[in-house]
Every structure is written in C-alpha cells, then in structure tokens.
Write a protein that binds this ligand. Sequence first.
Ligand SMILES: Nc1ncnc2c1ncn2[C@@H]1O[C@H](COP(=O)(O)OP(=O)(O)O)[C@@H](O)[C@H]1O
Ligand SMILES: [Mg+2]
Length: 246
Amino acid sequence: MSEGPVIRVQDVHKAFGPQKVLQGLCFEVARGESLVIMGPSGSGKSVILKHLIGLLRPDSGSIEVAGREVPRLRPAGLAELRRDMGYLFQHAALINWLSVYDNVALPLRETTSKSESEIESKVYSVLELVRLLDARSKFPGEISGGMQKRVGLARALVTDPEIILYDEPEAGLDPEMSASVSRMMVKLRHELGMTSVTVTHSWPCAEAVGDRVAFFEHGKLVIDAAPAEVLASDNPRVQEFFAVPK
Ligand SMILES: Nc1ncnc2c1ncn2[C@@H]1O[C@H](COP(=O)(O)OP(=O)(O)O)[C@@H](O)[C@H]1O
Ligand SMILES: [Mg+2]
C-alpha cells in the first residue's frame, strides 16, 4: 500500500438540485489517524461520509480511499471497498426481518466467501465486543435504540475493516452508553490501528476519539486542527459553534 494518506478528498463539489451541499471540500486522513467532523445539522456531514463509501458521487473533485478513486469504482470495486471500510450509519439501518445475528453476518455473506462456521465465530466475536451476544436471536424491533446502534457498530466491524466511518455514534444513546461507545472507538483504534472519520455532535466524543477536529460549514472545512487548537481558535464562527457543546 502507498505511503500517502489513506483518504484524500480534493475540491469536491456536490449539489442536490439547486442546493449546494459540498463546495470545494478538501481533507486528508493518514493511516491510523482519527478525524472528527463537526458542524450544524443538515449541513452535509452524512453526505461527506456517503461520498467516501461510494453511496453518493461527487459532481466534481477527487475522492481517493486506500489508493482507489471511489467515484470511478464499478460494482465489484465498490464491494471490495466496503469490505475494507466499515460504516456505522447515523440511524442504525438494520434490516427488520433479520435477527441481530443475521444483520451482523450480512456483510460477510455479501462480500466474502467465508464458510458458515467462520462467519459464526467472527459474528460471535464482534457481538461479544459490543456486549450483545445474548441478544443475537432477537429482531431489531425487540431491542432498544442503543442496542440497535451497537448492532450497527458490530456490523461495521465484522469484516475487519482498515477504515471505519462513524456517523453520530453517540446519537440516541444515554451518556453512559455514549461514553462506552467512545471508549470502544478509542480501543479499536489503539488495538487494531484503524483509520477513522467520525461525525459527531458530542464534544466529549470528539475530544476522546479525534486526533484532529474539523468544523464543516457551507460546503467545506473551516478549521481542521487538534482539539485543543480548535477550542483556542479565534475564528468567531468556530468560537460560537464550539462554545455550546464544550
Ligand atoms: N440523496 C439526497 N438527495 C437529495 N438531498 C439530499 C440527499 N442526501 C442529503 N440531502 C440533503 O443534503 C443536506 C445535507 O444532509 P446531511 O448530510 O444528511 O446533513 P447532516 O450534516 O445533518 O448529516 C440536507 O439538506 C439533505 O436534505
Ligand atoms: Mg447526518
């Protein structure tokens, strides 16, 4: 693998009809690094993550992930990308008619040719990690929102991705569970050396998991720096935004 950044986003523009959501977005993430993106609701943070994993295509600009130009990938390339990159959706996005076990097994069934027993041992190990092994036979409608979120996390991790995207991992969780998810994110990073991009509204989460925190507004990053530097920024807009969640 090349020594350059694992993720490189250059001058990306994206509009939905007249609405310009990304307007010259640029950032890079090095291997093993954790970037946190914060910004107002509805500004386009989930849209950024969806571009990284190829669910949305930019109107212009370049998105390189682990040496691949994502917008140019064909279905086979996209499947490979999604094996290397886990994605925790903002809303857990579980399949209601599949059990917890089968929801977590799905990415392995879709992107690998592992045997059922290999799948089982991997699914058990990630369910144990998020403390949900006992809930494996339940259906999404039978478990709490916080548990659904952890199933989403287990599903994002089951392929041993090198990169993980977290979209508001703390949303819908009580403070205790939210702190435990943050600790899990830090642990994954330190133990497995994962590279990550996290969108969050929680400063405690940002500070716990981020090497860098970026403030995203009006289609681009306004600041992208170490957490302490962001808090010390003299940009009035950054001061205003970060004064509240601190
Ligand atoms: N597939 C889509 N088609 C049209 N508009 C979209 C689509 N995805 C997102 N948007 C719009 O882009 C804007 C940013 O959305 P989003 O990235 O979800 O915001 P947030 O920063 O809260 O995650 C919103 O106005 C949303 O309605
Ligand atoms: Mg969002």
